[in-house]
Ligand binder design. Sequence first.
Ligand code: NDP
Length: 310
Amino acid sequence: MEKVKTLIIGSGPAGYTAAIYAARADLNPLLYTGMEPGGQLTTTTEVDNFPGYPDGVDGPTMMIELQKQAERFGTEVRIGHVNNFEFSTVLGGSHKAYVEDGTEILADTVIISTGATAKYLGIPSEQKLRGGGVSACAVCDGFFYKGQEVAIVGGGDTAAEEATYLANICSKVTMLVRKDQMRASKAMQHRVTKTPNIDLKYNHEIDEVLGDQEVDGLRIFNNLTGKKEEIKITGLFIAIGHKPNTEIFRGQLDMDEDGYLITHGKSTKTNIPGVFASGDVQDKEYRQAVTAAGTGCMAALDAERYLQAL
Ligand code: NDP
């Protein structure tokens, strides 16, 4: 059985930043990438809001650079998926990880950076045009639709927040809410209804995303009357929630009602000593590459301090 000081699960900005810091602290981290090496950023095109890239960078390139930076300091990066964990509840105890290929690892500390996955509607035309005008992140991709007409789906706080964000950049935002009311907080609802260039359509859903290579419209329908109409847009934002990738931790690590890992105070500590969480897996509020990277750094520092104090 392999034994490591620090095992990092996940290869988004949180995981790689944790790896950079852990490697520089001589923790010789081993990082498993998970099913989607590079994480959510590999599905975006241009990243314009990560500090230090004045001309922007495309998501996959940025993730390759982060990986190289982590490897430069001695991180071992393995492509693979950890299927299961047996965490020790004893202070200083080793945590056992089971990798899909049969490898078993004992780790003194574990940093969980497994991220979250944006939910999509699942209709074929939406899936076909992901990256061609369909996005699940307005803050990441809204800028590309400056001055254009876009639509957003969802009625929660994320959709409301992103609709008002887009309304600042785009000429018009059509907001499609499937019920006759929004789930968002009252304050957010007021912001939406007070924004003149948001066209709020209750009881509306998408029948089809139109466009061959790129989005050029939507066919929507009123789910009370069945009436269909087509609207011209160039960008479609899906904001119907995220699902944190925490299934394998259920029953061992504390989670909130949506499955996000709970960390203590301002730290990245979970309820198990020596197990830390960083990035979107513990953050449903900010969800930015730079905030994920920040908490990745915190997790590595927390792991280092934990080991020093033993
Ligand atoms: P939510 O789960 O709160 O809302 C999802 C929305 O998407 C709901 O309106 C839901 O409709 C709709 N939806 C789900 N599936 C579909 C579908 N297939 N077609 C059409 N619409 C669909 O997710 P959020 O990401 O908005 O928020 C997650 C959590 O994060 C919440 O607790 C929220 O309060 C919090 N948050 C807080 C923020 C803040 O405080 N600044 C900012 C952003 C998020 P329905 O209501 O019909 O189920």
